[in-house]
Design a protein around this ligand. Structure first.
Ligand SMILES: [Zn+2]
Length: 88
């Protein structure tokens, strides 16, 4: 009889793990901006918080779909690294 309970526990644990995994993947996908169809359009000016800095033509060409100036990008990456540390 206890065998049956063990099996039930294993299964619910597995389901929980799958649900967590799915949730993590979904939230990661949501963090990226929607690009709708493959062609990435670079922003002419930085979309960073209260920035609005002009993004140089060269940067837009090198980074298709870029939305941030160098400063804001660096800040965002630092922020993401910091958050990533707390995950798991
Ligand atoms: Zn900026």
């Amino acid at each position: 009889m206890s065998d049956l309970i063990d099996r039930a526990n294993d299964q619910s644990e597995m389901l929980l793990r799958l649900a967590l995994e799915h949730q993590r993947r979904t939230s990661e996908r949501n963090r990226r901006p929607a690009t709708g169809g493959g062609r990435m359009v670079s922003a002419e000016t930085c979309t960073g918080d209260r920035c609005g800095e002009q993004i140089p033509e060269e940067r837009r060409r090198l980074l298709p779909g870029v939305q941030l100036c160098v400063d804001c990008q660096a800040r965002l990456e630092l922020l993401e690294k910091g958050q990533g540390h707390h995950e798991v």
